[in-house]
Design a protein around this ligand. Structure first.
Ligand SMILES: Nc1ncnc2c1ncn2[C@@H]1O[C@H](COP(=O)(O)OP(=O)(O)OP(=O)(O)O)[C@@H](O)[C@H]1O
Ligand SMILES: [Mg+2]
Length: 154
């Protein structure tokens, strides 16, 4: 009887120890995941926006592709982003949301901006829509360098 109780106790202790280990392992995985997400963000910021948008466009049917090609040659350059950099400072940490993003959008062109969460899509749109100001780089809209424009409407 004593032996059985002892065996049960040992079993219980072992199980609890295992549970504790499981928790620890789970935490380690979580920490690792955060690091991975951060890396993905950095990689994603490399000019993929423009390329993917164009690839997406070209996957359409032939006539659309022809229109796109036509516009690539003759369409006005309506929005141009040149080496847009936007960083956010959160205390000690600097988040590099946009690292020298280049984008060219022509009149009538359909663009898809794709990327995982936190890759900087909204941040990019905020720069191109003049809702936010980049740390460096230029946004040219209809041949006007927007960094030289005043805040006032007139
Ligand atoms: N105002 C802010 N202050 C601090 N960090 C910010 C700010 N805005 C964006 N960020 C950071 O910049 C990076 C890009 O964020 P953004 O919101 O542009 O990504 P997203 O691609 O639009 O993501 P989602 O698909 O989740 O909408 C993220 O790491 C985000 O935490
Ligand atoms: Mg977003």
């Amino acid at each position: 009887m004593k032996n059985r109780i002892r065996a049960q106790m040992e079993n219980k202790i072992e199980n609890e120890a295992r549970k504790e280990n499981e928790v620890r392992i789970e935490n380690e995985v979580r920490i690792e995941n955060e690091v991975r997400i951060e890396n993905e963000v950095r990689i994603e910021n490399e000019v993929r926006v423009e390329n993917e948008a164009r690839v997406e466009n070209q996957a359409q049917n032939t006539s659309e592709r022809e229109i796109l090609r036509h516009e690539e040659i003759t369409g006005d350059l309506i929005i141009e982003g040149i080496d847009i950099v936007r960083t956010f400072r959160m205390g000690e940490v600097e988040i590099r949301a946009l690292r020298s993003v280049k984008v060219k959008i022509r009149r009538g062109e359909f663009i898809a901006i794709m990327g995982p969460s936190s890759s900087g899509k909204t941040t990019l749109l905020n720069q191109l829509g003049l809702l936010d100001t980049p740390n460096s780089g230029k946004i040219i809209i209809d041949d006007t360098d927007t960094s030289r424009m005043s805040e006032s409407v007139s």
